[in-house]
Ligand binder design. Structure first.
Ligand code: PAF
Length: 283
């Protein structure tokens, strides 16, 4: 596994692979890697010859300084995991390398509308930070394919729209959420849960599954189902930010006639902000 800290070294190696006709697949991460990330690498491997992974905790996407400062750094373990799964290159730029003039002064990539709802409404500026750093990394790596997890469903949609609208020559692949045996979506933030909260946490997914069944049964309105889910979460110690049935195409509010749906949820449990989603088609 090659390991580079600078944009120039990274580009030189990628150029050599590209002229040798090799297909490059990119996986962007913020480190603190778990099985979900390793699954992304596995998918990446199926789509090309060289797998490039970045680890960069992006200050521009944190609307809360303390959240950024507390973000776990597990670099030694992350490197060991990536070596074990056999990636080709680890790109580890510093904040100064990515944002030479500081991230507040950096040019921004804005995906309007989609960035301002749901997680974007709860974390103002978050998706501008995500789109900007992902655009930078796409320009540095110039991968043929980039792989992202579906747990961050809105993020995946923001990136897909950015790629379409700004004509980035990269194919985006979404990978289904990796779950613990009790259903909890794997996330770096699960590490913030206490032992008791960890036992409680899978309820978020159970409530999503229950809402999906209710929508499929068709006996209750979307508003009733959303309200019941929020109540269940509140009654069991979660602090829901949203629980919402949306159109899978554009994340606008679903209507009774919308068939291709995604139910998206974000809720705090203690110090952890958990997000999850489930898709369904009523066609
Ligand atoms: O999903 C993440 O870990 C981050 O948002 C990403 C895509 C690596 C951008 O910093």
């Amino acid at each position: 596994m090659l390991r580079f800290n600078t944009i120039n070294d990274t580009r030189q190696q990628l150029h050599a692979w590209r002229i040798a006709g090799e297909r490059i697949v990119f996986v962007a991460t913020m480190g603190n890697l778990h099985q979900g990330h390793l699954r992304l690498v596995e998918h990446a491997r199926q789509h090309g010859d060289r797998v490039v992974v970045s680890i960069f905790v992006n200050p521009m996407q944190f609307n809360d300084k303390d959240d950024f400062a507390a973000y776990p750094n597990t670099l030694a373990q992350d490197e060991a995991k990536l070596k074990a799964v056999g990636i080709d290159m680890l790109f580890l730029p510093s904040v100064e390398m990515v944002y030479p003039g500081g991230h507040q002064q950096n040019s921004e990539v804005i995906v309007p509308g989609l960035s301002d709802i749901l997680c974007g409404a709860c974390r103002p500026g978050h998706f501008v930070g995500v789109a900007t750093v992902v655009a930078k990394f796409f320009n540095i790596v110039q991968a043929d394919v980039a792989v992202f997890g579906e747990k961050d469903f809105q993020q995946l949609m923001v990136i897909r729209r950015m790629v379409n609208e700004l004509c980035f020559p990269v194919e985006i692949i979404g990978v289904p959420t990796e779950r613990e045996s009790d259903g909890l979506a794997m996330s770096s933030r699960n590490g913030y849960l206490s032992v008791e909260e960890r036992q409680q946490a899978p309820l978020l997914y159970k409530v999503l599954v229950q809402a999906k069944l209710q929508l499929e049964n068709g006996d209750e309105s979307i508003a009733e189902i959303e309200a019941q889910a929020q109540q269940t979460l509140q009654a069991t110690g979660f602090r829901p930010e949203y629980f919402s049935v949306r159109s899978v195409q554009d994340l606008v509010l679903a209507e009774a006639s919308t068939q291709d749906l995604v139910i998206v949820a974000a809720a705090w449990l203690g110090k952890a902000r958990l997000i999850d989603n489930i898709r369904l088609n009523l066609g």
